[in-house]
Each structure stands twice: as C-alpha cells, then as structure tokens.
Design a protein around this ligand. Sequence first.
Ligand SMILES: [Zn+2]
Length: 185
Amino acid sequence: MSGQREKRDWRDALIASYPGLFKVTESGRTGTPGYPTVGDGWRELVETAVARIAKAVDAARPGSAKIVQIKEKFGGLRLYWQGWQLGAATNDAIDEAVALAEARAACTCETCGEEGRLHDKHGWLSTACDLHAQGDPVTVQPGFENVRLVWTIETGKILVVSRRRYVRATDSFIDLDPKSIDIEE
Ligand SMILES: [Zn+2]
C-alpha cells in the first residue's frame, strides 16, 4: 500500500469509468485533461461530482461535455468543465454538482477526508483536519462559515445571485436570508 502507483489508482479508475467526460490523450491518463491532481482525502467528493456530472449530461449528445481540470488551488477545489449546446437545465445541473464538490472540499481534509478547514502556512493554503493541519487556521468572519456566495457584476455593481450555506452532514445547500449576512453590495 505504498508508492505513487497505488495512490494513482482511483484517479485512473475514474478517468476510465467516464470516457465520455475525459479526453484521454496519447501521453497517457496522467496527461489527460481533467485528471484529478488532488489528494486522496477529496477522492469521494470528486467521484461524486463526476458521477453527478455524468448523470446530468446523460441525455445529451455524447462528447458534449468535458471535464477540463480537477485541481487544488489556494486550498480549495477547482473543477473546470466545458459544454457544447447542453441547454440551461443541464448546465445548471453541472454547475450545481461543481458547487457542491467545491463547497465540500472547503470543509474536508485533502489528506484524509475528515472534516477540515482552511489553513495558512506562510501564504500556502490548504484544507486540513487538526491532525494534518500545517500552519494556522484561517479566521472566518462569524456567520460566514461554509457560506457560498455567487455574484455577478452588472454596470460596475456587485450583485449577489445566490447566498447559501453548505451543510456537510447532508451534502447540500440551504438558502440564507440575505439580511442574515452583512455584505457590502
Ligand atoms: Zn486529515
């Protein structure tokens, strides 16, 4: 149970399981766009996200959606995808799968999968449990724990599109009363 080969197994299996979503290149599976480069602690949430995306595009034309990147950035998960003529409902379903995965990653240790939080070690950010933490926990403004805001900018003004809190126990979002959180808009 050691070595890189063992560690790569679930990633290889994921790519192989969804040939419609990943464009396997000649350089091999590790060179495949979308090949997950995240830690084992995020395995389950990545697998769940990809399964949800596959379900969302099930009815669409084969090859009409591709996962481009699954990586860690600034301690968080980034899952990028591209779609072609999918329709609004399918687009929304994929966006929701990605939002859930990114929100879950934000409170899940990338090393072991237990509940975690963002830590900062001299500017290097990572999401970790107490056991695997490096550096200090990043302070979250009270009331903003696991809150996910989606906004757009219209005529130079920030417009909050949705304001939700991720609930780890149920892997779902709950809508928040806009007045419950003080944000400058
Ligand atoms: Zn951990």
